[in-house]
Design a protein around this ligand. Sequence first.
Ligand SMILES: [Zn+2]
Length: 746
Amino acid sequence: MSVRTLGVGSAIVVAIAAAAAIVIRSPRNERAVPARLPNVLLITIDTLRWDHVGAYGASDVSTPALDGLAARGVRFETAIMHAPLTAPSHASILTGLTPIRHGVRDNGAFVLPPHLPTLATVFRDAGYATAGFISGFPLDRRFGFAKGFETYDDRLPRGRTSRGGGDATERHADETTTRVTAWIDRQTTQPDAAQKERPWFVWVHYFDPHAAYEPPAEYLRRFASRPYDGEIAFVDAQIARLLGHIGDRDALTRTITLVTADHGESLGEHGEETHGVFIYDSTLRVPLIIAGAGVPSGRVAGVVARGVDVLPTLLDLAGLPAPQSLDGRSLRPAIEGRPMTDEPAYIESLLASRNFGWAALRGVRDARWKYIDAPSREMYDLTADRRESINRFPEQPERAATMAKVLAAASDRATPAATEPVTADTAARLHALGYIGSTSPSRRATGDDPKDRIALITRLEHAIADTRVNPTRAASALRALLDEDEGITVARRQLAAALSAIGDHGGAIQQVRWLEARGNASAEDLLLLGESLRATGDLAAAAAARQRAARMDPASPEVVLTEARASMAERRGDDARHAYERALDLSPGNPEALAGLGQLALAKGDLDRASTLFERVLADAPHDVEARTGLALVRGRQGRMADAVAILQEVVADAPADAQALAALGAALARGGRPDTAVPFFERAISAGARTPAVLNGLGFAKLESGDRAGALSALKASLSLEPKQPGVQQAVHDLSSTTPPPVVR
Ligand SMILES: [Zn+2]
């Protein structure tokens, strides 16, 4: 370290870093590390293009936290990730290896091999407290990313999925930040002094800029025409909050902070709207900023930083030795202002080859040139042509041959990857995030150049996103795609989901049977088949389909939860309870299972247990609609009407079309002596789909108590037409029909 490169006031930092270095070079007692080692904060922002950050020259954006870090740290003008996909890219950041070496080539289908050292295992072995907080499902612990973290917080709130399973998909930056600050507070207030003095390594992953671009209302207003930038501004504000929290505890000067992104976003460039297929700089060039303990201020480094360089750089800055035979190298010389030569970055995307049987894309990028090995090969001069619009391959044969050799040498280092078959809920959750791939790999190899077929991917992405919004329109778009290429398995799978969503269960059954007849049906498909068969009333065939899914995927929580949903719908309470309990074994803390057990306890009148179960869901997901509604029903049964009404008013404000919450609010208001206020909520519940005897009775009696006898009669008659055996309702209808209303006195 050179003192010359440090700003005023950094003498203490230098002393700390020097002391740390001495400690590390002495024979190590691995668990007894003095607290003087720096904390390390790694922040990865999903889907953040380098040129949408103020410090990188973007105008009309709001990134003061990132800009501030760049001002007090070192900003790498060019940073390149190795794959445009969340899991492969993060695996490179955490291991210092390219996807070829760590083996994670796609989202959802690979597990990071357990024997590989990661930032977390190295810091943990050096005595650090380690914690990871992730915000998107592709980094769930089941894919091996939790290794080395003493705390790995991947508890995502329930979100909507294309198949309505209510699975967790992402967590917003404010909620993730709250979990991180709470962990830091716990760490700094430990009663055990030795624990409290441990330095920490914290990885925070933010997911918000990933499509769909739906920033909080305030940011949507400010960035109405550019919601992607609104998402970035929101994450930046949360980073400011996190850094402020650490600063308030006087820990910021002892903390090395590195912020980067796993990949960028095409935003329409090269015909690609999001990311994943191509390996242009639109999706591989990201920001990379390092600041804090021992890092000089305000420097811009020209050397190309790569994803694989993150691990060796952070370990070097913390004074820890790096694992052997990495693909990356420490960027410390550049951080300290010393010259470094550029090293080429290996880049790849196997998304289109794995999922559609098209050609794989692999390439090499150095400081000036990019070479892409595709059926139609590409070469770009990045200094003259930043947007990679002019293919120089024909005029650069020698350079291309040289770079092809570099690529071949990189590929020779391949090691076998650990994979696991995609489980049903994995596939459903990845589809909910808009991923086109990650189901069972394609069984064909057409070798098509993805450049020639990108329009099809865009249409497929639109249709997948549209399945949640307008399944009828999505279904016709998917049929059109299948007319062009009937072998796009993911399109047929999604068509089955869209048909199921619009109630065309026969159509959904037909599509899944098509897949099953060709050996292409996944467990997820068989679950959908089971739900569709159940909807048509064929309960035996539905149960058989669920059993085939369970044989294919016995440890999948989604398989067990589907069994539980079927049992609930068929009023087999004990079967439902067994299935929910098994789901909790497979997926501890699973919110759907907890809420389902809460419903069962409520139905049996076990109010204390129901309350505990709903509260457990709400501890992780305070906005969960089903759990809040369930808790309100408990409060109502306990006679705490005002509490029930207050909870339900909030739920209905958040979820204005939730039939169950609307009906429960109507009932709580009526029982609390406000029948006239209750009426519109019963009516809205019926419009939202809850045209059941119970809701019609609630409406009828609320109208009766409000003096609307005609309205009451009509609602109660409607209830009887659905369920004739209701003696109390029959009596009320009889009384209303036979008595003359009192004359209106004016
Ligand atoms: Zn990502």
